[in-house]
Each structure stands twice: as C-alpha cells, then as structure tokens.
Design a protein around this ligand. Sequence first.
Ligand SMILES: Nc1nc2c(ncn2[C@@H]2O[C@H](COP(=O)(O)OP(=O)(O)OP(=O)(O)O)[C@@H](O)[C@H]2O)c(=O)[nH]1
Ligand SMILES: [Mg+2]
Length: 196
Amino acid sequence: MNKSVFNTAQFHACVDSAHKLEDAQAEVAFVGRSNVGKSSLVNALCGRRLLAKISKTPGKTRTINVFSIRYGKWIVDLPGYGFAAVSIKEKDNWKHMIECYLSSRSSLKAIFVLVDAHVGATALDRQMLAWLKSTGMPYRVIVNKIDRITQVKLVEQRQNLSLDLEVMPERILWVSAKKGTGIKELQVVTSSFLAL
Ligand SMILES: Nc1nc2c(ncn2[C@@H]2O[C@H](COP(=O)(O)OP(=O)(O)OP(=O)(O)O)[C@@H](O)[C@H]2O)c(=O)[nH]1
Ligand SMILES: [Mg+2]
C-alpha cells in the first residue's frame, strides 16, 4: 500500500441526497453518533487537518460529504445521529438521508461505524449495527477517542464493547483521531476495501 495516496485526497462533492451522487468504483462511509469524531477521523486517515469540517458542537456535518482518494475511490463523511438539538423533522430528514445513502450505493464496500471509547455504545449505535447485520452489508466497528480513557479502562472496554455490540474483538479497530493512534491500521483496512 502506498500511504501517500491518502494525503492527496480531495473534496469531491457535498449533497443532501444520495440520488445526486454519480456512480463510483468503490467507497467507504463513516457513520456514528454526532460528535463521535467521524470528520476528524476522515482527516486523520488522510493526514489532513482541514479536509472535512469538524466542530466541538454536535451536528456539524449535515450533508453527505464525499472525498476522493483516486478517481472513483471515495471516502464518505455522513451526518451523525442522536443529535438532540434539532427538530424532529430535521432528524427524520437526516435519518432518511443516511438510510437512503446506505441502501442505494452499490459501490459501498464498507461502513465504518464509529463508537466513542469514553461514552461507550449507545442505543442508536446498537440499532445501527443490528440494521447493518440484518442487511448483510459489510461493516467494521471503529472505537474512537481512546486517548480519553486510561489503559485499564481500555482493557475493560475491549471486552465490554465486543460483548455489547456482539462483534468479535479482533474485528474492532481502536483509534484516536486526535493522537493518530491506530490510523495506520485504518489506512490498511481502507486501502483493502477500496482496492487502492
Ligand atoms: N479527545 C479526542 N477528541 C476527538 C477525537 N476525535 C474527534 N475529537 C473531537 O470531537 C469533536 C467532534 O469531532 P467531529 O469530527 O466534528 O465529530 P463528528 O462525528 O463528525 O460530528 P458530526 O459532524 O456532528 O456528526 C471535536 O471537538 C473533535 O476535536 C479523538 O480521537 N480524541
Ligand atoms: Mg462531522
């Protein structure tokens, strides 16, 4: 794998509906709670600080944001779920946008479901995973913000989250977008899904 391939990622599109996206060769998408660090992880993966917009305030990403690694090879940053401070109508719109995206993209090779190491799995995380399992779509669980917990807690969380989410421990990636921990492994996994 050529690591620098991620460094040249470029913003490709920002749409409010999956129907507005053209066909791609291969894509991976980041889903998860608002504020879990999806956009930060896209930046860490690409070794770029300002590619995807991030914010301390949940609800920053409100559209489907596509970044192109190579022609037709995409990384997709989606809005988060579980963001309380919006109207029910807006929540429904986002849910529809995410579901429509996830179920309509034939080139979607993997869905990266982000979970917060400090917060643990939420009801919506479990719901998302149950749905992905029921559809047979390929997914990987990524636990972000491991810099926020102690080594002791990390060992505990490895066991707890694996049981809670019913995912084999070796299929979970442990990362910190902030510190760069686990990013090399994420690059290897992403390269493989995108056949870079
Ligand atoms: N400590 C720590 N903070 C992080 C990490 N990753 C992201 N953050 C912080 O978490 C906050 C949210 O990050 P975003 O990347 O905007 O989160 P998001 O999941 O894209 O959020 P939405 O766009 O609202 O869905 C920001 O303040 C980030 O700096 C991490 O690994 N460790
Ligand atoms: Mg975001």
